[in-house]
Design a protein around this ligand. Sequence first.
Ligand SMILES: Cc1cc2nc3c(=O)[nH]c(=O)nc-3n(C[C@H](O)[C@H](O)[C@H](O)COP(=O)(O)OP(=O)(O)OC[C@H]3O[C@@H](n4cnc5c(N)ncnc54)[C@H](O)[C@@H]3O)c2cc1C
Length: 400
Amino acid sequence: MCILCRMGAHSMKTQVAIIGGGPSGLLLSQLLHVRGIDSVVLERKTKDYVLGRIRAGVLERGMLDLMREAGVADRMEKEGHAHDGTLISYGDEMFRVDFTEHTGHAVMVYGQTEVTRDLYEAREAAGGAIEFNVEDVVINDADSDAPFVSYTVVGQARRIDCDFVAGCDGFHGVSRNTIPDDVRREYEKVYPFGWLGILSETPPVNPELIYANSDRGFALCSMRNENLSRYYIQCSLSDSPNDWSDTAFWNELKRRIPTDQADKLVTGPSIEKSIAPLRSFVTEPMRWGRLFLCGDAAHIVPPTGAKGLNTAASDVHYLYNGLRDFYENNSTAGIDSYSQKALARVWKAERFSWWFSSLLHRYPDQTTFDHRIQVAELEFLRASKAAQKAMAENYVGLPY
Ligand SMILES: Cc1cc2nc3c(=O)[nH]c(=O)nc-3n(C[C@H](O)[C@H](O)[C@H](O)COP(=O)(O)OP(=O)(O)OC[C@H]3O[C@@H](n4cnc5c(N)ncnc54)[C@H](O)[C@@H]3O)c2cc1C
């Protein structure tokens, strides 16, 4: 039986109704809880479904601080792996960009599945209200002082009255489209390729990530821990995971990374295989009345450079602090500047992800000139400490 039913209520009141129980919604709910601000999270899927989604794996310093502030960092500090740099290859050439040397900060390799698990455990331990399997979510009167969210669970109508609504329901959620068409502006770039990713219980080929530009297309060697590797190759948008046997995947990956790395690559059966399309997308504004968009509900980046989850976290930071300001100081300054502050950082993450994607992928219409420019830029990055510093600054995450 759901939490709301146990409370004997099909209608209830909370301070912040949060649509979406992914990382944005859960992190916001937990941070608000720490400050004594009440919320209810509505999630369309089951908890197991959300926990089973293999997605991001590299956390910026700002996100680490938020996890600490939310009181959910213990396992991450123990089991996460700090990475002081990354490797970039083109053909058989490879060089390293040292994050710590250039910025004084590292990033943490800790899977989104683990972040979400830690957040669910914390919300459940605190008796936080989370409703799963919700359907027909509608955000009502967001442009008034009395918004409410209506939805159904197993065909039964429910309602939550609230002060604010946080739309944390990802790219395919309902929140973004609640903002009227004549208010909303959307900016989009769709890339003409996808990423085929596999997860395998094998040791990573290298202790640090390798971003590879090759004549056959992009590849990424990533990991979750010392015996769990995540590898990606650029693929055609018309491919399906079933088109790629494990052997075909490993053979293609080996052709795209430097020979000395390919020679030591340990292969094994995949335990997950999927294709993600690549897209850059931003919607503006991120606030309409008492509705605030957070994370993938408002913006998408191609995963090159690991900015998706981290940009969701920076939105949560601005919204959480704005709501705190409202409840603790009776000030609307933070929520009034939310959209502007969040978007200023979002666009910088969009730029970095677009730049890094452009540097490393093969485009169908790429000319030999375009290719030589890519190589020149890679050689510049390899040789220039200033260029490396700019890349490292973006990779570890711009300050909030
Ligand atoms: C295949 C894939 C791979 C990725 N890899 C990386 C990566 O390597 N690095 C990186 O940084 N980022 C990556 N990302 C991006 C990253 O995972 C997202 O940026 C991150 O999940 C955003 O979190 P979110 O909570 O905003 O949205 P989501 O994780 O999408 O969560 C939204 C939640 O809302 C729920 N929901 C949707 N509609 C409704 C509704 N109507 N009512 C109630 N609930 C609803 C959904 O079920 C979901 O649980 C990847 C994304 C994808 C899709």
